[in-house]
Design a protein around this ligand. Structure first.
Ligand code: ADP
Ligand code: GN1
Ligand code: MG
Length: 365
């Protein structure tokens, strides 16, 4: 019996499992869609232990998050539209995870039906939905004391830390001569070190405060209702932990406001689309106006510029270290992903004035 079937049985007390298939295009966990003879479907995941050293901390955070959101929903009935978060399922032994014989860490969650994800943004209406969903998520957790959450992934979004690791990896002797692409990536990274400290400095100066955040707000972590096209859910909650909301806003815009996506055929197609950025930020700010501060607004542009650069550094470092973090399908894929994020960073720098003007008009208007 394949291991995932044995594990799935632990989360499905009633009914026989009729199908298990690998599901989705996440780069970190192993995800399966499990179907039973009652027609019920669940999402089963093996958490990547290399990325998450203490996966039980994720599950504790998810419990705290669910409890907080439930309490808020009870007091917040006037809010109109809701954003669903997937319910975590209990295993037969009463825990919300299970461990296999090899030490693999598994958990299951409700499959949110009638939804789909996108890897490339399609239109402005989707961008507006993304802005709403991220803003609503931040509004739901803005009063969740971050002290109640574990760091599930220490050093995540520590851009200076990523830069130091990049320097180490790039200093190691290479087996073959560097390609033109690699030389370009190395030189882009080296030339942008000064970007890496901007958010962490603002945090140390007390201008930006640590809050509960999502941590991984890329496009395919938003579920869209197939029929209405509305954002139904924000998933992949493994990196919900203390952090800066700027990480989430920057990550969301780097992922969604680049219509060419993370794996474009031609890197020259990559650019920051101002209309998409405007649609996301407009709805995001409408949901979060009640608790964001002037300092928060002041650092939005820096976040939008930093997070694609940071991700480019992470991809490039993984390429140099032998691709043990992000899943890859072909040699050189992480280098290609890095150059894509660097191209996006350059596009954001080219559009600095209009992006700043856009933020200013949305904040004051
Ligand atoms: P990873 O950390 O590897 O990205 P995710 O938790 O994002 O893992 O899951 C991978 C993919 O599986 C998602 O992009 C989405 O397509 C799908 N998925 C995950 N959870 C759910 C869910 N509760 N309902 C529907 N689809 C889901
Ligand atoms: C990973 O897990 P997934 O595929 O949704 C990564 C993000 C990156 C993203 C780039 C925990 O997201 O930080 O931005 O890949 N998640 C983790 O595609 O490292
Ligand atoms: Mg994901």
């Amino acid at each position: 019996m394949p291991i995932e079937k044995d594990i799935a049985c632990r989360f499905v007390p009633n009914g026989n499992i009729t199908a298990i298939q690998p599901y989705g295009l996440g780069l970190i966990n192993d995800t399966f869609l499990v179907t039973t003879d009652t027609g019920r479907q669940i999402i089963l995941q093996r958490i990547n232990r290399h990325v998450f050293p203490r996966p039980e901390r994720i599950m504790e955070n998810l419990r705290v998050l669910a409890e907080h959101v439930r309490q808020r929903a009870a007091t917040d009935s006037a809010s109109g539209r809701t954003l669903r978060l997937p319910e975590i399922l209990m295993a037969r032994d009463g825990r919300n995870f299970t461990i296999d014989a090899k030490g693999g860490f598994w958990r299951a969650q409700e499959f949110i039906e009638h939804t789909r994800t996108y890897d490339n943004i399609c239109n402005i209406a989707q961008a507006e939905e993304i802005g709403f969903a991220l803003g609503r998520f931040h509004a739901l957790i803005h009063d969740l004391d971050p002290v109640r959450l574990h760091q599930t992934l220490p050093g995540f979004h520590d851009a200076p830390g990523y830069f130091a690791r990049f320097l180490q990896a790039s200093a190691r002797p290479r087996q073959s001569e560097a390609s033109r692409e690699l030389l370009h990536g190395l030189s882009f990274a080296q030339g942008h070190e000064s970007l890496t400290r901007v958010l962490e400095n603002a945090r140390h100066e007390g201008k930006l405060v640590v809050r509960a955040i999502h941590g991984d707000t890329k496009l395919n972590n938003f579920l869209f209702d197939i029929q209405t096209g509305k954002a139904a859910s924000l998933i992949d909650l493994d990196t919900v932990q203390p952090g800066l909301i700027h990480y989430d806003v920057g990550d969301c815009l780097r992922s969604c406001a680049n219509p060419a996506g993370e794996s474009p055929r031609e890197i020259t197609a990559v650019h920051f689309d101002l209309s998409i950025g405007q649609a996301i930020l407009k709805n995001y700010l409408a949901e979060t106006r009640g608790f964001l501060t002037q300092h928060d607004y002041d650092y939005l542009y820096d976040a939008i510029r930093l997070i694609p650069f940071e991700l480019g550094l992470r991809f490039l470092t993984d390429h140099l270290e032998g691709n043990h973090y992000f899943k890859t399908e072909w040699a050189g894929q992480n280098l290609h992903r890095a150059l894509t994020q660097f191209r996006l960073t350059a596009s954001i720098e080219e559009h600095e004035r209009p992006i700043k003007a856009l933020i200013a008009s949305l904040v004051t208007g």
